[in-house]
Design a protein around this ligand. Structure first.
Ligand code: ATP
Length: 739
């Protein structure tokens, strides 16, 4: 890596773009007072990220921008770019993970611009970057931000004036330990961030915990419920299967029973109405027949009694005639024993009365026969004792009587025939009635059967209704069950029912109900959501736990890294001090022709309040660096007692010693040689040459000796336009310009 060039544009007195090439190991910048040499040194500081305005002799960004002159207008911005040869890829950028990545350019260019509003831009190989990145990059090539490699005018003895603590920092920077400190700081920040993250994560976990616990319990409940569901499903399978078989069988039975009953009813129903019709028809016919016979019988009776009367008259007339003709005549009075008369009256009366109460003709006829016999017996009294004189009239009457008797005989025969007919019809009617009774009995029996069947049918219907309700209950049960155990419940259809009941259906049902209540208590609803949420929350908790683990690991590794870095710093610091002391002694002897100079690490006196806040053992004791010198032939050892030249020589010896141990790529020295006399200027020149073997040197000087050691000389002058101008000059010109 080599410093290639510096480009200044609008920066301080450099109004126009001005470029310096650093082809030679020692480049000198010369020029009269106020020409702008120090502005070149400040351009180095500026472009390398200097944040202290004071060290660039300004108050604000605006002070760094060319302010304009009589002939030139002011610039809107100041810009400086620095170019390095990076063909060896030594420039590195450290990423967030702490890894160093090569800057893959052959030329590394760093630019910085400042605008009148104070805005700064940092540019790395054409891309805008952060200041942090510039610092990061420069620390990889041992160009620290403390600027120990840029010694401004009058600053040569800065290291002598600095406090032991600040001196230590400058030396650490020169030793390239800043990068480790930077890494430690970075690690501390990371550690702090990580600890905060950990706090946040553990807070989140703690916040999550009650919810997670709640969900876990819910899930446990669901798991328990799942067990119950499985049990319930198993119970349901058997129960429902048995129930369905039962319902099916019942239904089948009812249907066939109903059909059978209905069939029977349909057979009986017509029989009931049919028999009624038939019987009443036959009965009617017979009754009519009987009526006509009876009517005829009464007619004959009437005719018969007429004939009898006729016969009575004829016989009366015959009697009268015979009495008239017959001699002796029959006494007009007949005597009949009283008993006979009374018997006659009593008997005839009895029969008559009996006949009067008879409503059936066939019963009257025999009574009338008996009455006739009684009358005939009594009539014999009249015949006895009479002589009959037969006259012609009598004969005639007798003939008439014969005729009437014949008529009578006929009528009587007819009467008898009718009586028989009546008896026959009556018999028939009685038969029909009997048949009717039989039919009625049958009908009654049918009616009873019909009634029985109807109520049986009703009963079946009621049972069917009940069965229907049972079926509905069955369906409801399935629906309710499916809510609790899912559609798997329908698999009961394929269930093989064991032959032996372990539990009766009622017991089974009761058990089912008990589990159902328990399940409903658990509230199986929303299971999937809760499970999902549980998984999510659990996953989140696991994630946080993992995160916690990672954070703990990274805290651990950060702590390890910090310890390692601190150890490294400790070792390298010690080693560095040893090397610096060796070089310091050499340069010191070279400068003063003898004597001793060396650095001592001392424990810094802490301020009182600081001490109180720091617990013992928490921090390593603050240390600083003391410079001990002993000039040849002189007893004075205190730094403040040295002359200006001696101070200058001592600080140069130390600065150069520091640069020798861990050489920076370049050193910028602004009139460091100002206080040296001729002899010391030569020694200074020798040291420059020694240094230039390891570091490129840019020296601003008025010193001829110094100029003589430079390979390239730049002269700075102020032009007529009031702006600094730069030109490459020869040694002779340079000495002329420098005046
Ligand atoms: P010496 O040899 O006396 O140390 P020098 O060559 O180092 O002088 P510088 O200090 O670099 O000179 O330059 C100072 C000059 O730069 C002053 O004249 C000052 O006016 C000029 N200057 C400083 N800032 C600006 C600015 N923003 N715009 C224009 N000119 C400026």
């Amino acid at each position: 890596m080599r410093l290639k060039s510096l480009e200044i544009n609008g920066f301080k007195s450099f109004a126009k773009k001005t470029s310096l090439d650093f082809e030679s190991p020692i480049v000198a910048v010369v020029g009269p007072n106020g020409s702008g040499k120090s502005n070149v040194v400040e351009a180095f500081r500026f472009v390398l990220g200097e944040q202290s305005m004071k060290s660039m002799r300004g108050k604000a960004g605006l002070d760094l921008i060319f302010k304009g002159s009589k002939t030139l207008s002011k610039s809107s911005r100041a810009g400086v770019s620095i170019y390095f040869n990076n063909s060896d890829k030594i420039f590195k950028l450290t990423n967030e993970g702490g890894e160093a990545i090569d800057l893959n350019f052959d030329t590394a260019s760093i630019g910085r611009e400042v605008y009148s509003d104070g805005l700064n831009k940092y540019i790395l190989n054409g891309s805008e970057v952060r200041l942090k990145d510039i610092n990061n990059l420069l620390s990889s090539v041992n160009i620290g931000s403390s600027g120990h490699h840029i010694i401004s005018q009058g600053e040569a003895d800065r290291i002598l004036n600095a406090s032991a603590k600040d001196r230590k920092e400058m030396i650490e920077d020169a030793l390239g330990l800043k990068i480790y400190q930077y890494k430690i700081k970075e690690s501390e920040r990371k550690l702090e961030r990580t600890i905060n993250n950990m706090k946040e994560v553990s807070l989140l976990r703690r916040e999550n915990a009650p919810h997670l616990n709640f969900l876990k319990k819910q899930v446990e409940k669901f798991e328990k419920a799942k067990g119950m569901q499985e049990e319930l499903l198993a119970l349901y399978q058997e129960y429902l299967k048995r129930e369905s078989i039962h319902l099916e069988t019942e239904n089948k039975n009812f249907v066939s029973e109903k059909n059978k009953t209905e069939e029977e009813i349909s057979k009986i129903a017509p029989q009931i109405s049919e028999s009624e019709e038939n019987i009443s028809k036959i009965e009617n016919i017979k009754e009519n027949e009987l009526k006509s016979f009876e009517e005829k019988f009464y007619e004959i009776r009437r005719v018969k009694s007429e004939i009898e009367r006729k016969l009575g008259r004829i016989e009366g007339m015959i009697e009268m005639e015979e009495r008239r003709t017959a001699k002796p005549k029959l006494s007009e009075h007949i005597s009949v024993p009283r008993e006979e008369l009374e018997a006659f009256l009593r008997e005839s009366n009895e029969y008559l009365e009996e006949a009067m109460y008879m409503d059936v003709l066939e019963n009257i006829a025999p009574l009338l026969g008996k009455i006739k016999d009684i009358l005939n017996r009594f009539a014999k009294h009249f015949k006895e004792g009479g002589v009959v004189e037969v006259s012609s009239q009598i004969t005639e009457l007798k003939e008439t009587r014969e005729k009437v008797l014949m008529e009578m005989g006929k009528i009587e025969a007819e009467e008898k025939k009718l009586q028989e007919s009546i008896l026959k019809v009556k018999g028939e009617i009685a038969g029909v009635v009997a048949e009717e009774r039989e039919k009625e009995r049958e009908k009654f029996a049918h009616k009873v059967k019909f009634q029985e069947l109807s109520s049986h049918l009703e009963l079946i219907k009621v049972k069917e209704e009940n069965l229907k309700k049972e079926m509905e209950t069955f369906e409801t049960e399935i629906q309710e069950g499916s809510v609790l155990v899912g559609t798997e419940i329908l698999q009961y259809k394929n269930f093989e029912v064991p032959e032996i009941f372990t539990l009766s259906q009622e017991e089974q049902k009761r058990k089912i109900e008990r589990i159902k209540i328990k399940l409903e208590d658990v509230g199986a609803g929303g299971e999937t959501e809760v499970m999902k949420e549980f998984e999510e929350v659990k996953e989140r908790d696991l994630f946080l736990a993992k995160e916690m683990e990672d954070l703990e690991k990274s805290i651990e590794s950060l702590r390890v890294l910090m310890v390692e870095l601190k150890e490294k710093i400790g070792i390298e610091f010690e080693e560095g001090i040893r090397k610096i002391n060796k070089e310091f002694q050499e340069f010191f002897t070279l400068m003063f022709g003898g004597g001793t100079g060396h650095l001592t690490v001392i424990a810094e006196q802490k301020k009182k309040d600081e001490e109180e806040n720091v617990e013992e053992g928490e921090k390593a004791p603050e240390t600083g660096i003391e410079i001990n010198v002993s000039l040849p032939h002189k007893k004075v050892k205190e730094l403040h007692a040295l002359s200006g030249g001696e101070r200058s020589l001592t600080s140069i010896a130390l600065l150069f010693a520091m640069s020798q141990v861990n050489p920076p790529p370049f050193l910028v020295l602004d009139e460091t040689d100002a206080a040296l006399d001729e002899a010391n200027s030569r020694k200074f020149g020798d040291m420059l040459e020694k240094l230039s073997k390891h570091s490129q040197l840019v020296v601003v000087t008025h010193n001829r000796e110094t100029m003589s050691r430079a390979g390239v000389l730049y002269g700075v002058t102020v032009g007529a336009d009031g702006a600094s101008r730069l030109l490459s000059v020869k040694f002779d010109e340079a000495t002329a310009i420098a005046k």
